[in-house]
Design a protein around this ligand. Structure first.
Ligand code: SAH
Length: 371
């Protein structure tokens, strides 16, 4: 692909008709093996082929008997969602638009950095939350993704990057952030099942320390996630007063700031080494004053926190503008003076609408995709 300009590649795989092995937990896979009268120890081999080697054909699975490979191929598929569109931004960011078996579409973004790279996974088609600055919110919720549909997003990225079975030190895709379309805590069970597969040491093997789940603040699920999964937490804060947060993140009416900050303070993995990220989208004249910055520092003073200042990414018809560079620098400076790390993130992938809050897909509910 030409690295200097956004590029596009399309593929047209048939949609799978057999049930997929992708998204199966070890228990599911063991049950599938038992149903085929295979001994339990074969599950580990199959698991390794599916999630460590990323096998796309059963014929590759040379540690399994030929007859058994043929039987598996009759019953199951290894196929990924169809890649409707794959774009690579001038800055190296990839964006895939994937078509799911039922025709719904979902976006996944890969953001490479010098010594690491994060894959941004979607957890739902659309979203219920309707945060005023977020493009996905304008779509409404279409449906939750299954564990397989979440895991498959990573598999497509590893296929494209061609780094299956690569030693972990040599991979570009090192981190996962659940920050794409949807609210992962409104699809908790499937998200947890998917993350457990991604973390399994004999498969995809991404450590919980390299996974960050972002929530708009579904307070009751925060403690559960910390205890069950132990992944890093990011909280989409965006405002320091309830009155404004109610407008920007309507979920705040249900779980106001004080409750949200208490839950963050109690998050099991929170420590100086594993700080909670507070995301703060910079909206011109709305939440970007020095007084807002001082209040933010005060609210976070007793939480192991870092702040991720996100320049607002525009989308067609958006009712907000991004803060000026000066306002963002001043805001970051006030946080830094208060001892908070607050890097001002560069927008990545903006030329292919892959930046935070720009994802929106065609869906059955929303009707055919207009381009
Ligand atoms: N529902 C989850 C995860 C998805 S949003 C959550 O709210 O955290 C991922 C991040 O992108 C959130 O912090 C969200 O507030 C932010 N975001 C949404 N729209 C944006 C936009 N247009 N510009 C910049 N950031 C945006």
């Amino acid at each position: 692909m030409n690295p200097a300009a956004p590029s596009t590649a399309k593929s047209a795989a048939p949609s799978p008709s057999l049930p997929s092995l992708i998204g199966m937990s070890r228990e599911d896979m063991a049950a599938a093996m038992a149903a085929l009268d295979m001994p339990a120890f074969r599950t580990g081999q199959l698991w390794h082929w599916v999630y460590f080697h990323g096998a796309r054909e059963f014929s590759q699975m040379t540690t399994l008997a030929k007859d058994f490979r043929a039987l598996l191929a009759e019953r199951y598929s290894l196929s990924r969602p169809e890649i409707v569109d794959h774009q690579k931004s001038a800055d190296g960011t990839h964006k895939w638009l994937l078509r799911l078996a039922d025709g719904n579409e979902v976006e996944t973004v890969f953001i490479p950095e010098e010594d690491r790279g994060a894959l941004c996974l979607s957890s739902q088609v659309g979203c219920t939350l309707k945060c005023g600055f977020c493009h996905t919110g304008t779509q409404g919720l279409v449906r939750n993704l299954t564990p397989g549909e979440m895991v498959a997003q990573l598999m497509v990225a590893r296929d494209t990057l061609d780094e299956w079975a690569a030693p972990s030190g040599q991979r570009l895709l090192t981190n996962v952030v659940v920050m794409g379309m949807g609210e992962p805590f409104y699809n908790y069970d499937n998200t947890a099942a998917a993350l457990k597969i991604l973390m399994d040491h004999e498969g995809i093997s991404i450590s919980k320390r390299r996974i960050t789940l972002s929530t708009a603040g579904v307070v009751p699920l925060m403690a559960r996630c910390g205890a069950d999964l132990g992944v890093n937490l990011a909280v989409s804060l965006h405002a320091v007063r309830d009155e404004l947060r109610n407008k920007l993140v309507p979920l705040n009416r249900k779980y106001p700031l004080a409750q949200l900050l208490d839950a963050a303070r109690a998050y099991p993995t929170a420590s100086n080494a594993r700080r909670i990220t507070f995301e703060y989208v910079m909206l011109k004249g709305v939440n970007d004053s020095p007084a807002d910055a001082r209040e933010l520092a005060r609210l976070l003073r007793d939480i192991p926190a870092k702040v991720n200042l996100i320049p607002f990414n525009p989308w067609p018809g958006a009712p907000y503008e991004c803060s000026t560079k000066g306002a963002m620098r001043r805001f970051a400076g006030i946080l830094n003076d208060a001892g908070l790390s607050a890097p001002l993130r560069d927008t990545r992938g903006g030329d292919i609408m892959a930046a935070c809050g720009q994802l929106k897909s065609a869906s059955i509910k929303a009707g055919p995709r207009s381009k």
